[in-house]
Design a protein around this ligand. Structure first.
Ligand code: FES
Length: 163
């Protein structure tokens, strides 16, 4: 064997190794950033005035003229204005929880699931609904109307109104 011929192992290119390390570092940084972002979003308190399950601003007093029934999507309720009094009726049917719809021409709330019908105060008129629609407490602060969706209240039953 010639002494000039020496064994030299094949070495990987240091450029390739550095490239792979850089790619892994970038991937790890992106994943860490996303995880931190999700964690911060999860820990942030619910925004007041928007989130169902807390105090929800449903509009201004002037948005609910006398005699009107107005749906509030953020409050998941109907704002019913009767003789100067504003009531928030939860849209959830008291039978099995479907959303009721206000039918203006009939002046009634109707549930499409099993046919319950309620009057404009939320009292059941027909169908399987066992009790009136629940209400949320309403407060007016500086002309702004707020509904406390964390505290639904059952209304007393008016059996005599059923057909
Ligand atoms: S859920 Fe409304 S009638 Fe059954």
């Amino acid at each position: 064997m010639n002494e000039d011929e020496t064994f030299t192992p094949v070495e990987r290119s240091p450029g390739r190794r550095q490239f792979l390390e850089l790619v892994w570092a970038v991937v790890l940084a992106v994943l860490t950033g996303q995880a931190v972002s999700i964690l911060l979003k999860f820990m942030r308190p619910m925004q007041t005035g928007r989130a169902f399950g807390g105090m929800v601003r449903v509009g201004k007093e002037t948005d609910f003229p006398a005699g009107s029934v107005t749906r509030s999507l953020p409050g998941r309720c109907y704002m019913v204005s009767n003789k100067g009094q504003l009531t928030a009726l939860w849209q959830r049917c008291t039978h099995l929880g479907c959303a009721v719809l206000w039918v203006e021409k009939d002046g009634q709330f109707r549930c499409q699931c099993h046919g319950s019908v309620y009057d404009r105060q939320g009292n059941p008129l027909s169908g399987p609904a066992p009790r009136p629609l629940d209400q949320f407490p309403v407060s007016v602060v500086g002309g702004e109307v707020w509904v406390d969706t964390a505290a639904p209240m059952e209304q007393p039953q008016h059996v005599s109104q059923r057909s």
